[in-house]
Write a protein that binds this ligand. Sequence first.
Ligand SMILES: [Zn+2]
Length: 561
Amino acid sequence: MRTGAESTWRVTWRKPFVRRLALLGALLLIVAGSMLLKSGTIAFWQVASGTGRLVMTIVDDTTGVSTPVRIRLTNAQGEPVVPPDNALAVMWGRFDAAENFASLPNGDFYTEGAFELTLPAGIYQLRISKGYEYLEQEHEVVIAADEEVLETYRMARWVDMPSRGWVSADDHIHLRRSPRDNPAILGWIAAEDLQVGTLLQMGDFWATYYSQYAWGLDGVYHVEDRLLASGQEDPRTHERGHTISLAADDFVRLEDPALSQGPSGYYYYDQVFDRIHELGGMTGYAHQAVTFHGYRGLTLDVLRDKVDFLELLQFCAADGPLHTDHYYHFLNLGFELTATAGSDFPWCGRSPNSADPRIGDARFYAYVGDEFTFETWRESVRDGHTFVTSGPIVELTVNEAMPGDRVDIESGSALRITARAQGHATQIPLEELEIVAHGVVIESVSARDPNQSSERLAVTMSLPVDHGVWIAARTRAGPTQIAHSTPVYVTVSGSGFHSPDTLEEYLDLSGQYLDELQEEIAQPNDSLDHLAWRDRDGLEEQIAETREVIAKLRRELGDGE
Ligand SMILES: [Zn+2]
């Protein structure tokens, strides 16, 4: 579409008289514009084209009630507009610095469901989104001078997981929180259609960031079908990884290491984990244990039964969001590990080096059934009833058991495995669904197969087993759209579920990771990213304990297989 101003200019070039008149007019506008510009009230080019008003309401298609959403509104140059005064505003910033509050990192904003904006006349691109279960909308909005555009948009779902007992969570959001911040932060969570937002107080060797005002149930803010809860990303070091603890009744940090010249204790993660468990919480490693040498810490703490979950899906690591190497390593050694996911907002983002961190871009679902409370959610995560996703839905049962469950059978009997993936033809077009056993794909269907589609993939299979095994489902859709379930753990007459095929390989690898850490702490080092040597004695003890576990597994599982 062409604006009136542009067509006027086109005509003037052909008619010298009109052209002179127009130039005179333009001169007058420049003078008037500069005067207005000086007074700081309005930009010059707005005078030339005028301003109009946009009045927008967004409602849920099912209820007809206004609903929080994410808005991207850009002008003809592709620049995001200044958010409306009533945009849902929360101060955010990396390392707790105040970077912005109403505008999100890429210039989007969150609205509770209605807003008004005065905008220079022109054509705007509008994108409305609300997490993954709702269909995104894109519109062109034309603002004409002195006119008002009234629009109501209806947000429709393509799938409704809460109605089936599954609630979504982001386990990794960094926002400072006082009780007064709760409504706005919950608005952000609602605009990304998460049911649970866990806000992580972050720590490092020297300090803590993103303070939370209360812990456990006292720190839960629950309104209707959504809640906020406190957690921590601490301890967090370069040499043995970043950890997350969820849903504990208190923040746990060993005495301030920065005050100590000798052993600091900051690297004794296991002491924090033990205390978190006493406080009813759950412990895990962040960033797929890929970055910050998280796999070293994972080795120490999974093999000594200190860890409940791994953050399996996230966009921070390169080639994300799914990294299964360290996950399959410890599952194959016969250790249960629940899959969780989170954004690490305000860091990361969907594309490499992108300025587009988004709450909920990686999320995980937990099955709570009919009753959604903080306690039922915590119980569900503790039981491992989860899958992680950046879009598609994946569900799995093995002999009717769900992810996180244990199924014990007699040797030689057959497992009945069913898996189902759901997507949407344009927004989340499914490609394939895979059944994974001991890290190996044992069955796979594609959207091009008979009776399968880009919206629904299904597998039903029978698998005779004579030894323990873990079985998971994973599905792929469009670029970076992926989902992975926590496994169902199958044991045979009370056995374990480790993989005999990879046992030696993964025990050796575990030993190598311990060697790495031992090398790391061997010599004093002045670099800020290498302080673990200060806690050498305690770490040597932990390493020795873990080596004993490795030797025991080699002895007990390695023979007779
Ligand atoms: Zn981290």
